[in-house]
Ligand binder design. Structure first.
Ligand SMILES: C[S@@+](CC[C@H](N)C(=O)[O-])C[C@H]1O[C@@H](n2cnc3c(N)ncnc32)[C@H](O)[C@@H]1O
Length: 321
């Protein structure tokens, strides 16, 4: 039953390669009869593997803010072998709603960032490699797109965004070049932004560190989709949703995301919040998580070679005490 289900599910997720899939499965250790939440459903690659581990018993909740994943979910639902629901929305909001409704969960996955399916659709504007409207919204119903940020943020804000979220060395030069260009005509398309970035970076440095627009596109995407704030809000909601013994795994692709996860897990695993100078604990707070990964798990060289998008992935997991 188990291998039949797994192969049936696998045949249909060939368009997305789930990152660190074996580690995610091992750490979440899903058992038949459990309730599983995939809060970043995407193309359903991880979901297929986790659903197979339910062996036809249990239930599955899929969340994604991008409504275009629905056909992937419908395909998954037909093959999942267990009842499965799709909830469209920001995971920070949906997880809190589920917890508020008294739902209890045994395994929960957050595989952060953008999916290959989103990047590979040029019309979504996530890719610097294709000309398209400068959009970058994971949820196409939110108001502010990449175009709005690029046309409206002042030079200081843009510099800060590129530096903080893209670690872009030429942040100020790029922000100033954007400001000069948009005085003539607002930015509409990804190719206009790529051209402006390229011209703002000194020629010898243009190709030292990947595509010259890579870091700015990443930074804009993080801001447009409020990615770090959503994660900050989602983690406490996820913890509340887990049953004692429930597992949470988070795959992140950016050092700032990983830092948020690491700090949250460490604080929950510590329990006591008394200042270090107190000789004894007076707060009485007990740990709520036990770490399953002391150091973040990283993809093997073989996985990175087969799937370059996995190269920056870090996986942390914990179990609710
Ligand atoms: C890296 S992909 C997940 C891929 C998935 N694990 C798979 O194997 O196919 C991340 C997905 O999470 C969604 N997402 C990102 N941030 C979100 C948020 N705050 N709330 C809900 N969905 C989010 C994106 O729209 C995207 O589809």
């Amino acid at each position: 039953m188990r291998s039949l289900l797994r192969s049936a599910l696998r045949q249909h997720d060939a368009d997305h390669v789930p990152v660190l899939a074996d580690d995610v499965r091992a750490l979440l250790a899903v058992k038949p009869g459990e309730t599983v939440v995939d809060a970043t459903f995407g193309a359903g690659g991880h979901a297929a593997l986790l659903a197979a581990d339910l062996e036809g018993k249990g239930r599955f909740i899929a969340i994604d803010k991008d409504s275009t994943v629905r056909p992937y979910f419908e395909r998954f639902q037909r093959r999942a072998g267990v009842p499965a629901r799709f909830l469209r929305g920001d995971f920070a909001v949906v997880l809190a709603q589920l917890a508020g409704n008294g739902v209890e969960v045994d395994a929960l996955l957050l595989d952060l960032g953008v999916s290959s399916m989103q990047v590979d659709r040029p019309e979504r504007g996530f890719s610097y490699a294709a000309d398209a409207p400068l959009d970058m919204r994971m949820d196409p119903s939110v108001e502010r797109s990449g175009r709005d940020v690029v046309n409206e943020a002042d030079v200081r804000e843009l510099t800060d965004i590129f530096r903080r979220y893209g670690e872009e060395r030429f942040a100020r030069q790029i922000a100033q070049a954007i400001e000069r260009r948009r005085r003539e005509r607002p930015f509409e398309r990804t190719s206009e932004l790529v051209e402006t970035i390229r011209e703002a970076i000194p020629a010898p440095r243009r190709f030292g560190d990947g595509h010259p627009a890579k870091r700015v596109f990443q930074a804009l995407r993080i801001v447009v989709n409020d990615e770090l704030e959503s994660l900050e809000r989602a983690l406490p909601a996820a913890l509340q949703l887990l049953r004692p013994g429930g597992r949470i795994a988070v795959v992140s692709f950016h050092s700032l995301e990983d830092r948020i996860v690491k700090r949250f897990f460490a604080a929950q695993a510590r329990g006591c919040t008394c200042p270090p100078e107190f000789p004894v604990c007076v707060c009485g707070k007990e740990p709520t998580l036990r770490l399953l990964t002391r150091k973040a798990a990283r993809p093997s060289p073989a996985e990175t070679a087969a799937n370059p998008r996995a190269s920056s992935a870090r996986l942390r997991a914990a179990v609710k005490t």
